[in-house]
Design a protein around this ligand. Structure first.
Ligand code: GLU
Length: 287
C-alpha cells in the first residue's frame, strides 16, 4: 500500500513550490491507489500560527486535495519525541550543547580547524566544543541535544535508502551516503533544540513511522538531510520509507521561492482569478 504525506510548517502562506509538492504527492497516491495524508509540522511555536494553518488547508482544498481527518499536529506530540530522545540518550548517542551560534562560527573558523567552516544541510558543521559534556544522568532539559554522528554511524553502519525521484545532482536508485563525508559535511546535528525539545529531523522520522508512510515526497532541498533521517530511523528501530525528491519550483530569475515571496502565494494567484487547473499547468503537472 502506497502512503504519502504533505507536511507543511504553518509559518507562512502556501506558495507555488509547496502546492507543487502537495499536488505531486496526492497525484502519486491516487495513481497508486494509496493514501495521501496531511501533517502539520508546527514544532516551531515561535513562528507557527493557526491562521497560517487554516489558510494552507483552505488553499489545498481549493486545489482539489483531500485527506483523512483529524490531521496529525506535531505540537501535540512533544512527549512522544521526548521518549525517542530518552532512547538515544540512554545509549550515549546524544550530548548537551550550550554553544551560541556565534561560538560555533568562531570555533569552526579557528586556524586549527583548517580555515573556512563547512556548511552542511543544517548550516555550519559543529566543531565540537561540547562533545565531551557528561552523557549520564537524566535527559538534560536546559540545553540543545546533539547527535554524536561518529558513534551513531558506528552503531548503524552506513545508511542507504531508495530514491525514486532524484537528488539535486541527479542521484537516483539506491543511495549510499558516504559515512566519512557525513562526518565532514553533516556532523553532530541538533536533534533537540533547547526551545522546542525536538527538531525537524527527529519529529519527521518519528511521525513518518507513526503514520506508516511508505513514500516520502518532498523537495530536493531536503535530499541531503535524508542521510540523517535514515541514521535516526536505524537508531530508533523504525522502517526507512522510499524517498521521492522532486525538482524545486523557481522564480523567473532561477531563485528558489521563499516563504516571504507573497507574489507566488496560492492566495495571490486565487485573487488574480487563476484556476486550480491553471496552477497545475504553471508547475508542469497534467490536468
Ligand atoms: N515541514 C517541512 C517543510 O515545510 C517538510 C519536511 C518534509 O517533507 O520532510 O519544509
Amino acid at each position: 500500500m502506497f502512503r504519502t504525506r504533505f507536511a507543511p510548517s504553518p509559518t507562512g502562506p502556501l506558495h507555488l513550490g509547496h502546492a507543487y509538492s502537495a499536488m505531486l504527492a496526492s497525484d502519486m497516491a491516487r495513481r497508486a491507489g494509496g493514501n495521501f495524508l496531511l501533517r502539520i509540522e508546527d514544532i516551531d511555536q515561535g513562528r507557527a500560527r493557526p491562521e497560517w494553518e487554516a489558510l494552507i488547508c483552505d488553499d489545498l482544498h481549493w486545489l482539489g486535495l483531500g485527506w483523512p481527518e483529524p490531521v496529525m499536529r506535531q505540537s501535540g506530540r512533544l512527549g512522544i519525541y521526548r521518549a525517542a530522545l530518552e532512547k538515544l540518550w540512554a545509549r550515549g548517542l546524544l550530548y548537551p550543547c550550550t554553544c551560541k551560534r556565534r561560538d560555533i562560527a568562531e570555533a569552526a573558523s579557528a586556524p586549527q580547524e583548517g580555515g573556512a567552516p563547512v556548511a552542511g544541510p543544517d548550516g555550519i558543521v559543529y566543531p565540537g566544543p561540547c562533545r565531551d559534556s557528561a552523557r549520564t544522568g537524566p535527559l538534560p532539559g536546559n540545553a540543545a541535544l546533539r547527535l554524536d554522528m561518529a558513534r551513531a554511524l558506528a552503531a548503524t553502519g552506513p545508511p542507504t535508502f531508495d530514491e525514486t525521484g532524484s537528488g539535486p545532482n541527479g542521484e537516483t536508485g539506491t543511495i549510499r551516503p558516504d559515512p566519512r563525508a557525513m562526518l565532514r559535511e553533516i556532523g553532530d546535528v541538533v536533534i533537540a533544540r533547547r526551545d522546542m525539545g525536538t527538531s525537524y529531523h527527529l519529529s519527521v522520522v518519528v511521525d513518518d513511522a507513526e503514520q506508516a508512510i511508505t513514500h516520502v515526497v518532498r523537495g530536493q532541498d531536503l535530499f541531503a538531510a535524508t542521510a540523517i533521517h535514515v541514521v535516526l530511523q536505524r537508531l530508533l528501530g523504525l522502517p526507512t520509507p522510499f524517498y521521492h525528491h522532486h525538482r524545486l519550483i523557481r522564480d523567473d530569475t532561477g531563485r528558489r521561492l521563499a516563504k516571504r515571496d507573497d507574489a507566488r502565494a496560492i492566495r495571490t494567484y486565487r485573487g488574480e482569478g487563476l484556476t486550480p487547473g491553471g496552477i497545475r499547468a504553471m508547475v508542469g503537472l497534467a490536468a
